[in-house]
Design a protein around this ligand. Structure first.
Ligand code: AMP
Ligand code: GLY
Length: 424
């Protein structure tokens, strides 16, 4: 079967790397891809926003399955337009992608179906948002309703900060995504990511994972897309996973079906765990990046038939097998990220890592210039390794990081610290 993968980040390289191992695969295409994905897929210069062009490509190349990596094309309705032309797609419809595309939509769904989450209010103007703030404790969380590439959330420690965040949204800091604002109670605890494949009706949980959102060691500094991740996540005990399925994932799947907008794809719950109880912080409607990197490294089952079954509504017959080894991914980012950073710096030493079969360098923002690999984004590489324990995976990952010669980049040195503390 021919497969088209949409996206060009570290998550997509991990998915491409895994899909390329499938005996069912004939040709893997990827749009736009990156320098690393080019090793396992044929890159195509498709404008993903042009749904007719994507459809025409799929028909021309006899694509049997389209796998959509990032959220933006999902929220833009790419799946709807492809499916209308009879093309099979892994990913939710536009209506189901509202679980990520509108925080207010998800909060209302939680209220209606008793899904545990932070108390909140939804506002369409600054005056009513401020009036709500009058009655709230600090810190308080201000969020743009729509997609803001992870930048639309402010945890305000003071009232002036909260007011400024509200004003910024309504003054257009996030464009249309900030036309509505959600104000939320601040949740205490430890965050974890929970993933389940969902075929509209059946949900199949993936192995557990946890990421590090802050840019600096000790989980300090500004939020990022994720500076590293590992699997399994020791905090997600079997009991906690069962509870998350029962109290959060399954009610959501049932609710989306009941609304006439069944969810198909991967449902990613960002959780806050306090005193052993999960609360939903937010949903994403795609694999986590960088969580997908350690997850794909641990997945023993063939990925392609499971993604196909998810798209076809036939997940019920499937199970997933995971390596008992742990895997850990260290993100290398361009200096300055998540603020402004330079593009085009040269990355050396990548071949040395290729010699270790228990480590892989997943590319995120890279391009090729002849034989040279150049940085082309904020998060640039996801250096991923496995080991008997998180500690062993971490040591192997940092050995690989140290073999990479990239003066323009940096990484955190403590990825996995919470898990290591639990292992010890
Ligand atoms: P979100 O984009 O909604 O996942 O928010 C980004 C990050 O902000 C989350 O990963 C949390 O670290 C933090 N965050 C969001 N909402 C809350 C909340 N209600 N309480 C505490 N932290 C939050
Ligand atoms: N790792 C966070 C995300 O994928 O949104």
């Amino acid at each position: 079967m021919n497969v088209l993968l949409i996206g060009g980040g570290g998550r997509e390289h991990a998915l491409a790397w895994k899909l390329a191992q499938s005996p069912l695969l004939k040709t893997l295409y990827c749009a736009p891809g990156n320098a690393g994905i080019a090793d396992v897929a044929e890159l195509v210069a498709l404008d993903v926003g042009d749904h007719d062009a994507v459809t025409a490509f799929c028909k021309d190349k006899e694509i049997g399955l389209v796998v959509v990596g990032p959220e933006a094309p999902l929220v833009a309705g790419l799946v709807d337009d492809l499916e209308a032309q009879g093309i099979l797609v892994f990913g939710p419809s536009k209506a189901a992608a509202a679980l990520e595309g509108s925080k207010g939509f998800t909060k209302d769904l939680c209220t209606e179906f008793n899904i545990p989450t932070a108390a909140y209010g939804r506002f369409a103007d600054a005056a009513s948002a401020r009036a709500y703030l009058d009655g709230q404790a600090l810190p308080i969380v201000i969020k743009a309703d729509g997609l803001a590439a992870g930048k639309g959330v402010v945890i305000a420690q003071t009232r002036p900060e909260a007011d400024a965040a509200v004003d910024a949204c309504f003054e257009g800091a996030f464009g249309a995504a900030g036309a509505e604002v959600v104000i939320e109670e601040f949740l205490k605890g430890e965050e974890a990511s929970f993933f389940a494949l969902v075929d509209g009706e059946t949900a199949l949980p993936l192995a557990t994972a946890q990421d590090h959102k802050r840019v600096g060691d000790g989980d300090l500094g500004p939020n990022t897309g994720g500076m590293g991740a590992y699997s399994p996540a020791p905090i997600m005990t079997e009991a906690l996973c069962a509870r998350t399925m029962k109290e959060i994932i399954l009610p959501t799947v049932a609710a989306m079906k009941a609304r006439g907008t069944p969810f198909k794809g991967v449902l990613y719950a960002g959780l806050m765990i306090e005193d052993g109880a999960p609360k939903l912080i937010e949903y994403n409607v795609r694999f986590g990046d960088p969580e997908a990197q350690p997850l794909m490294m641990r997945l023993k089952s063939d990925l392609l038939p499971v993604l196909l079954a998810t798209a076809q509504g036939e997940l019920g017959r499937h199970a997933l097998e995971w390596d008992t080894d742990a895997a850990l991914c260290v993100v290398m980012a361009a200096k300055g990220y998540p603020g402004s950073y330079e593009k085009g710096t040269e990355i050396g030493g990548l071949k040395a890592v290729g010699d270790d079969p228990r480590a892989a360098v997943f590319h995120a923002g890279t391009t090729r210039d002849g034989p040279r690999v150049l940085a082309n984004g904020g998060r640039v590489l996801g250096v991923t390794a496995c080991g008997k324990t998180i500690a062993e995976a971490q040591a192997r990952a940092y050995t690989a990081v140290d073999a990479i010669d990239w003066p323009g980049g940096f990484c955190r040195r403590d990825i996995g610290w919470r898990a290591l503390k639990r292992e010890a």
